[in-house]
Design a binder for this molecule. Structure first.
Ligand SMILES: CCCCC/C=C\C/C=C\CCCCCCCC(=O)SCCNC(=O)CCNC(=O)[C@H](O)C(C)(C)COP(=O)(O)OP(=O)(O)OC[C@H]1O[C@@H](n2cnc3c(N)ncnc32)[C@H](O)[C@@H]1OP(=O)(O)O
Length: 240
């Protein structure tokens, strides 16, 4: 399975010219890339199928897109580079936030979107606002290997953190992970597809308590279980 995955990815890499910044092939769902002249950054929604997606991932994606039709679920777009609104939300909380030199701004990438198609994190998150839960469909590519043949625990933690953050996210508010607890129960095979079901368990002042499980597509295997605590940042504390 791993061999076919890497062979497919090699031809994909060649197809894409094997270089950074090449936009994904367009699909009906994909918005036209926007080019910001100041930073020359292409904003492409990465939470859409690309040729590296396995049959399982595409099938599940289609099933969830159907659930979106009545408005109960929504697909959350995801961008490799800076998202203006999120930057705006966080800007209010950080004093003189210039951790990255102006010239390197175009290199900044969301960690989980920092790999070429199919090599790292391929995922899409769907949210049900009424039920306060999200479902993340995740395929961990060959660059995420830890123990041979399996996804690195740090990569699993990163995708869990992302899934939980988006479950806890409050529009227009900045939140950060304060605590993340993971029980790794079974190793996740590289290039397989797993489903991360997250839910908001409790809201207590600025604290958002969330939890999730990571399951196989057939729901027979529970790979991990996790809980997270996210804190809404306090504008009064503006001290970072
Ligand atoms: C997260 C982004 C979501 C945005 C989504 C929108 C669009 C999508 C775009 C991209 C998706 C990206 C998703 C990526 C997610 C990645 C998230 C991260 O990894 S964040 C990075 C890791 N986290 C940090 O670096 C945080 C470091 N810590 C802090 O900065 C601070 O500690 C704090 C968490 C900000 C809290 O500090 P603050 O001063 O504001 O709070 P208090 O200390 O006063 O605490 C308030 C309250 O909470 C309790 N608390 C705090 N920490 C803990 C803890 N670790 N365990 C338990 N309880 C804790 C504290 O006791 C207080 O409780 P009470 O009020 O009852 O006294």
């Amino acid at each position: 399975m791993l061999r076919s995955c890497t062979a497919g990815l090699r031809s994909l890499w060649a197809l894409r010219g094997g270089r950074e910044g090449v936009p994904r092939p367009s699909t009906d769902l994909q918005p036209a890339p926007r080019l910001f002249s100041a930073e020359k950054v292409i904003h492409t929604d990465c939470a859409l199928p690309n040729p590296s997606w396995s049959k399982d991932l595409k099938l599940l994606f289609d099933q969830f897109m159907k659930k979106c039709e009545d408005g109960s679920w929504e697909r959350l777009p995801s961008y490799r580079h800076r998202c203006a609104q999120i930057s705006e939300d966080f800007k209010n909380y950080f004093l003189e936030q210039k951790p990255v030199k102006e010239g390197r701004l175009s290199q900044v990438r969301l960690f989980t979107r920092g790999f070429e198609d199919g090599l790292g994190f391929e995922y899409v998150i769907f949210k049900n606002n009424d039920e306060k839960r999200t479902v993340c469909l995740f395929q961990g590519g060959p660059y995420l290997q830890g123990v041979p043949g399996f996804v690195h625990g740090g990569a699993i933690a990163a995708i869990i953190d992302t899934a939980l953050a988006l479950c806890a996210a409050v529009p227009g508010k900045a939140i950060m992970t304060a605590n993340l607890n993971i029980n790794f129960k079974r190793p996740v095979p590289l290039c397989s597809v797993v489903v991360i079901n997250s839910q908001l368990d409790k809201l207590e002042g600025r604290k958002l308590f969330v939890s999730c499980n990571v399951q196989s597509v057939d729901e027979k295997t529970v790979y991990s279980e996790a809980t997270g605590l996210f804190i809404k940042l306090d504008p009064e504390k503006k001290s970072f």
